[in-house]
Design a protein around this ligand. Structure first.
Ligand code: URA
Length: 436
């Protein structure tokens, strides 16, 4: 035996045994789950082994107790934040992601306008769903990376902060999520729930509202799977002492008219100025009410704070605190291409997923984590579902820095909208509220 071998700590379990047990539908125990997450984080368990394990979870699932242990093990892999010194109640929102989902931008300052602290530790986009940080980086000078001290100071002085989650929060999830992304194992409820909730619980918020999306532009295509995910996450949060509720919201149609980065910031500012598309306002108001209810202010008049400039005031201070200029011009595209209606009628469908993919192909999103996004790229819709239109009327405009991108974006959106003779029945965006 060499000296190096003699010094290596004895491992408590064997990864292959755990993978085989999960593959064969045998219940793996707490010790095995905790060891696996820890051993993977420190590099002892290999990516190949962890991808076999995550695939076995995707196929065979995990029980609620196992998901709780998995979440806890991921929290234990890193640091926990603590906002108790603020002396304010903290409430956060997390969306499972969708097309045109810019709600965090108007929502955080709106809720903070009521004296509640809103720590929004956010991520960048991957694939067809956009990332909040990518959108805000369209604002000249704006800085996503803040230290923990800066986050605390901004929460104290401004009330809202949207910034990059530090690398210290749930590092096991960072490694695992990157692996799932390239191994077809993102869409497993136990893995999504533990991934999201480990970061949110480690963040240390008092309350949390989850916007769990279903439909073509969401992870979960149907509402039953979205409900199962929401119930799992609400139970995880509640058991950890975070006051958690969820709204199930429709993501079959893009949210608002803007899909991209700079154009989504523009649309968010319209909402903060008391205008903006009706669906963006509806969801922003519903989530703000839910957050303020958890924060002990169920009667807060959130619409008034959008109309009278209080939310806009917090937005301006929030952007300036991170070195951004809220009055600076946002990037504009070099090339645009507008598609017009071939016939008159009523817009009966605008399908979220193809428009998300189209915007991504125009440069608004990234294919690999290290890619840069084009802030001015994206799609601006000019019509909404249910609207009457005439032949030749503009339907949507593609924006890019390079016109060669238009062909692939047009391929993506081919057949993704429909003009009929009658308007479809209007449906609310928020379908259900899930509580513990
Ligand atoms: N967002 C996350 O943070 N994790 C997932 O697994 C899916 C979405």
């Amino acid at each position: 035996m060499t000296l190096r071998q003699a010094q290596r700590p004895v491992e408590s379990y064997d990864a292959v045994d755990i993978i085989r047990a999960q593959r064969d539908g045998k219940a793996i125990g707490e010790g095995e789950i905790r060891w696996l997450v820890d051993a993977y984080t420190r590099g002892y368990v290999m990516d190949a082994q962890m991808s076999a394990f995550t695939m076995a979870v995707l196929l065979n699932g995990l029980g609620r107790d196992q998901i709780r242990v998995l979440t806890d093990a991921m929290i234990a892999s890193g640091e926990r934040m603590d906002f108790s010194a603020l002396g304010k109640t903290t409430v956060d929102k997390h969306s499972t992601g969708g097309v045109g989902d810019k709600i965090t931008l108007p929502l955080a300052p709106l809720v903070a306008a009521f004296g509640v602290a809103v720590p929004q530790l956010s991520g960048r986009g991957l694939g067809h769903t956009g990332g909040t940080l990518d959108k805000l980086e369209s604002i000249p000078g704006w800085r996503a990376a803040l230290s923990n001290d800066e986050i605390m100071a901004q929460l104290r002085d401004v009330g809202a902060v949207i910034c990059a989650a530090g690398t210290g929060l749930a590092p096991a999830d960072k490694k695992l999520y990157a692996l799932r992304d390239v191994t077809g194992t993102v869409e497993a409820i136990p893995l999504i729930a533990s991934s999201i909730m480990s970061k949110k619980i480690a963040e240390g918020t008092d309350s949390l509202v989850l916007d769990v999306k279903f439909g073509s532009g969401a992870f979960m295509q149907d509402i039953d799977r979205a409900r199962e995910l929401a119930e799992t996450m609400v139970a995880l949060g509640t058991d950890s002492g975070v006051n958690t509720t969820a709204l199930l919201t429709d993501m079959n149609t893009p949210l608002g008219l803007a899909i991209g980065n700079a154009n989504e910031v523009r649309e968010s500012v319209e909402v903060l100025a008391g205008g903006g598309p009706a669906d963006v306002v509806e969801l922003t108001v519903a989530l703000a009410r839910e957050m303020l209810t958890l924060a002990g202010q169920p009667d807060a008049d959130v619409e008034a704070a959008l109309k009278d400039g209080r939310a806009m005031d917090v937005w301006n201070r929030m952007i300036r605190a991170q070195d951004g200029d809220p009055d600076a011009a946002l990037p504009t595209p070099r090339e645009t291409h507008t598609v017009v209606a071939e016939r008159s009628g009523v817009v009966s469908r605008i399908d979220a997923l193809p428009f998300g993919i189209g915007a991504w192909r125009l440069g608004a999103g990234r294919a690999r984590a290290e890619d840069a996004v084009v802030h001015a790229a994206g799609i601006d819709l000019h019509v909404t579902v249910g609207q009457s239109i005439t032949a030749g009327q503009p339907l949507f405009t593609l924006s890019a820095d390079d016109e060669t991108r238009f062909a692939r974006a047009l391929d993506a959106v081919e057949g993704a909208w429909q003009i009929g003779d009658t308007a479809p029945a209007a449906t609310p965006i928020v379908r259900e509220r899930i509580t513990a």
